[in-house]
Design a protein around this ligand. Sequence first.
Ligand SMILES: Nc1ncnc2c1ncn2[C@@H]1O[C@H](COP(=O)(O)OP(=O)(O)OP(=O)(O)O)[C@@H](O)[C@H]1O
Length: 252
Amino acid sequence: MALLEIKNLTISFGGLRAVDDFNIEVTEGQLYGLIGPNGAGKTTVFNLLTGVYKPNEGIIKLDDKDITGLKTMDINKAGIARTFQNIRLFKALSVLDNVKAGLHNNYHYSAIEGILRLPSYFRVEKEMNERAMELLKVFDLDKEADYLASNLPYGKQRKLEIARALATNPKLLLLDEPAAGMNPNETGELMDTIRFVRDEFKMTILLIEHDMKLVSGICEELTVLNFGRVLTQGKTGTVLNDPQVITAYLGE
Ligand SMILES: Nc1ncnc2c1ncn2[C@@H]1O[C@H](COP(=O)(O)OP(=O)(O)OP(=O)(O)O)[C@@H](O)[C@H]1O
């Protein structure tokens, strides 16, 4: 059974059908790529998936649960976490606090416990610190735990964004152009990180990417969007050799 199932997803902005009758099935544990030329509708699909926009038509199911039209927070609690094309960290917070912000889905203390600094508050805080440090260690960021997020080099900020998304304990991780702005070395390292996240966290990953080295190197299946519609989908090797796809990218 598919972990993510989207049927007939459609949204229009004015007269523009940015996403038009979009369908996809992503199986648990899969590393799946969503590709297509600029303006094809890829980020709009992510915005629909995460409740930023409500679709005009269509159904989104996660783990067989209908999540169509839910609010962003509720979709995150249902199990979808994302990173953004332009990194969106809490830049004025420490590296550790960025990850702890993601942990709040799963660790709770009441306002009273917090204000009065009751023992339960310290227990939960200690557990959160430990869990956040574990996650930072996985991404080799533990030594920078006290740094301001804005002081990390670009590649590490990307890793931190992924760590924070994982802290919400998702079933599905959405990565929007994770290699954007990276040099070839950083991209190579990022590919290892994404593979590692899938294997170690048994994570299902749907990613948008223009870097074809990354796409062909790590994605098992692809969907190609063009003008809001699915041009083709299937195994990565087959899709990338499809003449329609080559034409769409070359704009012929
Ligand atoms: N909120 C909005 N209002 C109006 N038009 C929008 C809105 N969001 C997206 N669009 C339009 O929808 C189309 C798809 O945009 P989208 O950002 O999803 O493309 P994309 O495939 O992610 O492109 P890129 O690869 O350049 O990031 C574009 O024509 C864009 O201008």
